[in-house]
Write a protein that binds this ligand. Structure first.
Ligand SMILES: *[C@@H]1O[C@H](CO)[C@@H](O)[C@H](O)[C@H]1NC(C)=O
Ligand SMILES: *[C@@H]1O[C@H](CO)[C@@H](O)[C@H](O)[C@H]1NC(C)=O
Ligand SMILES: [Zn+2]
Length: 379
């Protein structure tokens, strides 16, 4: 057994002699281990120092345990205003260790391997939050690897909210654990009770309000699926066909280039209805494209789910990048600068009393009317 293991390790080492990615003189991305919180922050800082005209970092918030929520904005540095934005986050769920590595890999491609990927930055900027749940991530790394939530105290010696149930879209609806502060499904004490979810919300709103928010992409592991809204209900979105086409395009590309099968589907048909997800929230507030990429946890023919061995990082992050790139190519093709982003989804989504749904409809009607009047005044 031991000898077989050694042989496998030798084989892996000979196939993959250098575990780092990078050009001479640029920050290397070390794909031989999972980065710590500090490691992720340091990597971003180095990039910002080396590429000051294309990289902008923001210390955008603090967690309960006072860790930084850092975003990186990536552009091509040409200073042209009014570009659209792709917003990607990773690691909303603590035990999904491959997701921050995949986010760093994508960042590396866009910044260090810029020449190869310049098409993805011509009319678009990217904002990435590579470590959305650093408290949970460190707890998973150091104490309880199956941890999923953040680390806010809930009383009764129970900790943590499931950040991907904390968004204000059908919040708390789905199953009883969402209301139980001692489970890994706890949706929080109210919508957006958690700083991490509030930050993701604020970025979404800023991008929608300034007209640039085009695609939201959230990285998870390890269901091998490409999900699109809705998950809080079974009916299709207004642009169901577009979402499906883009998801399929990406999963076909992954299959062709890597042999890995990822299933595209409306998220509702994965495990039934659940409220409070970032996927639905992004779509609800006005991103025309919203996806969850449930990455693969398969490596060397073994299903590792959340914890593939470090020797699999290179392969799985590269495979994920194939999918991210394909999604972005399609988003860019579908939403060129000349095509207006359709107005905010007006379908009322609410977890509140029926009265506020009526209000939503009224607000929707009023803003349609205003937009109509405005367009006729200016033309
Ligand atoms: C919208 O806001 C984002 C985030 O601050 C910024 O990166 C982008 O340039 C803005 N876009 C426009 C069109 O104002
Ligand atoms: C993804 O989730 C569905 C529903 O729980 C399950 O049937 C399927 O086996 C999962 N796939 C993987 C690769 O984990
Ligand atoms: Zn997840």
């Amino acid at each position: 057994m031991r000898r077989a293991l050694c042989a496998i390790m030798l084989f892996v080492a000979s196939v993959d002699p250098s575990a780092t990615l990078g050009n001479v003189g640029s920050p290397e991305l070390d794909l031989s281990h999972y980065y710590s919180y500090e490691g992720v922050m340091d990597y971003l800082d180095t990039l910002a120092k080396d590429y000051p005209n294309r990289v902008f970092l923001k210390d955008a918030g603090r967690t309960y345990e006072n860790r930084m929520l850092k975003t990186i904005t990536i552009s091509n540095g040409d200073g042209v205003p009014g570009k659209r934005t792709i917003f990607m986050d990773a690691e909303l769920h603590a035990r999904e260790w491959m997701t921050p590595m995949a986010a760093l890999y994508a960042i590396h491609q866009l910044v260090v391997n810029f020449a190869e990927n310049a098409d993805l930055l011509k009319n678009f900027n990217w904002i990435v939050l590579p470590l959305a749940n650093p408290d949970g991530y460190e707890f998973s790394r150091n104490s309880d690897r199956w941890w999923r939530n953040n680390r806010s105290p809930n009383g009764r010696q129970c900790f943590g909210t499931n950040l991907n149930r904390n968004f204000d879209v059908a919040w708390g609806q789905g199953y009883s654990e969402l209301a139980d502060p001692c489970t890994e499904s706890y949706a929080g004490s109210e919508p957006f009770s958690e700083a991490e979810a509030r930050l993701v919300r604020d970025i979404m709103h800023e991008l929608v309000d300034n007209g640039s928010g085009t695609m939201y992409l959230s990285l998870h592991t390890a269901n091998r699926s490409m999900f699109y809204p809705w998950v809080y209900e079974s009916s299709p979105t207004r642009n169901h066909h577009e979402l499906k086409e883009i998801a399929r395009f990406a999963t076909d590309r992954i299959l062709r280039e890597t042999g890995t099968q990822i299933k595209p589907k409306q998220a509702y048909y994965y495990g039934g209805m659940v409220g409070g997800t970032s996927l639905d929230y992004a779509f609800k507030v006005g991103f025309p494209l919203s996806f969850v990429f449930e990455m693969s946890g398969l490596a060397f023919g073994v299903e590792y789910k959340f914890f593939p061995p470090p020797t699999a990082i290179r392969r799985l992050t590269a495979e994920t990048w194939v999918g991210i790139r394909a999604l972005a190519e399609k988003a860019i093709e579908k939403y060129p600068p000349g095509r207006a982003i359709p107005a905010i989804q007006r379908k009322p989504v609410s977890n509140r009393a029926p009265g506020s749904q009526d209000l939503n409809i009224l607000v929707g009607l009023l803003s349609t009317l205003l937009a109509y009047v405005a367009s006729h005044l200016t033309s």
